[in-house]
Ligand binder design. Structure first.
Ligand SMILES: [Zn+2]
Length: 399
């Protein structure tokens, strides 16, 4: 027996009573089939309703001749009359989204002759795939404008069944996919399409439609949109961000972008200037560091903690320091050890790094002149120094 679909004739019906005609267990989910139901099953791109059957939450609703209600526990026994309650928030969002989609689809069709190929009304936004390779920003704006005009005009939305022989008088946006009696959704003098979904009763219930992005799918363009409460929630988030930015930048919303571009430009310039200034600082820091030179056997080594250079300059500094002291420079720089060996020292920075990494938990490596180890801790700098002294001393004795 086919399930009678109560939402077909009344999409505002949120509470109903019905008799259980079948129950079964599939993949650990309880399935309940009712004589009639107001629960909308996932179909036509629209998400299923959620809600309660008696005191049991309905987690999924599956379409077919018979509508299946999925729950984690049993709802009742065959023959029992149960009460169903539909979650208003989700139903309301689905209605707003689905009616908004019809209006958007019709707007793109009227203005640019674009055919709707598929629809996906998701949890966070709706998506309409159009049979076209491209839609301009101006076209998006015009279609959105027309849609919001239709919403503001509070046009009546009607749902009715039509005989297949009479369809020619309805000026349908596209031919129906089903045969037999067809359920039509008509938006007063604007749109008429075959559809099984739940819809608002008048367009002002949709409140607002906002196109948020486009994407390419299957070589076509899909338009992503928000409607109703989704669009309002999004506005609250966006307002919060722009309001905070206008206060921080002390400018109007329309100037935020140019202020931001200026900041990015300034930032680039300061970085360039900082690099130049750091290069000028190098000789001074070399003199300071070299004062602490120590000798491992006859090899000069400078150990230093360095914080003043940025990552573009630190390797240059290490190399210069090693050359200037005719030996090895070892820098603790943030969480790194940077090693540089001057050619004259006959030491190999990469080999020193390999030895230290086998003796500690530092990781890295490098070439003869420059090497780097990551994962360094300031508290362990003495340990790293000891390992380096050990390796250089052993190497010197071998020579
Ligand atoms: Zn529809």
């Amino acid at each position: 027996m086919k399930t009678k679909r109560l939402y077909y004739t009344d999409s505002n019906l949120l509470s109903f009573k019905s008799r259980i005609i079948e129950t079964r267990l599939e993949d650990n989910k309880h399935i309940t089939i009712l004589e009639k139901t107001a629960f909308y099953p996932t179909s036509g791109g629209q998400q299923h309703d959620i809600g309660m059957l008696e005191k049991v939450p309905v987690i999924d609703v599956i379409d077919g001749e018979q509508i299946l209600h999925l729950t984690e526990s049993a709802v009742g026994k065959v023959g029992e009359i149960v009460t169903g309650n539909i979650d208003y928030k989700r139903r309301h969002k689905n209605k707003q989204q689905h009616s908004a989609q019809h209006i958007l689809s019709q707007s793109f069709y009227r203005l640019y002759n674009l055919t709707t190929m598929s629809v996906h009304l998701g949890e966070s936004y709706g998506n309409i795939e159009f049979d076209t390779k491209g839609i301009s920003i101006e076209q998006l704006q015009k279609a959105e404008q027309l849609s919001n005009q239709i919403i503001a005009e509070n046009r009546t939305v009607e749902v009715f069944m039509a005989h297949p022989d009479n369809l020619s008088k309805y000026n349908l946006r596209r031919p129906p996919k089903r045969t037999g009696e067809i359920r039509l959704i008509s938006i007063d003098d604007f749109e008429c399409t075959a559809c099984g979904g739940t819809h608002v009763k008048a367009t002002s219930e949709i409140q607002l439609v906002k196109i948020i992005s486009t994407e390419k799918i299957r070589g076509r363009v899909a338009v992503n949109f928000l409607s109703g409460q989704q669009a309002i929630d999004d506005y609250v988030i966006r307002f919060g961000v722009t309001d905070s930015l206008t206060k921080k930048l002390t400018c109007s919303v329309s100037d935020v972008e140019s202020h931001f571009d200026k900041l990015v430009e300034h930032n680039k310039r300061y970085k360039r200037e900082l690099t130049l200034m750091q290069k000028e600082l190098i000789p001074l820091r070399i003199d300071e560091s070299i004062a602490n030179v120590e000798f491992i056997d006859n090899t000069p080594v400078v150990f230093a903690i360095e914080t003043r250079f940025d990552k573009n300059t630190i390797n240059h500094f290490a190399t210069q320091l090693a050359i200037k002291c005719n030996g090895i420079a070892v820098l603790l720089y943030n969480d790194k050890i940077i090693l540089s060996c001057a050619d004259i020292s006959n030491q190999h920075a990469g080999n020193i790094a390999n030895f230290v990494s086998t003796e500690t938990n530092l990781r890295g490596g490098g070439s003869k002149n420059l090497a780097q180890l990551g994962g360094a801790l300031a508290d362990n700098f003495d340990l790293y120094k000891e390992k380096i002294r050990e390796f250089v001393h052993l190497g010197n004795n071998e020579n």
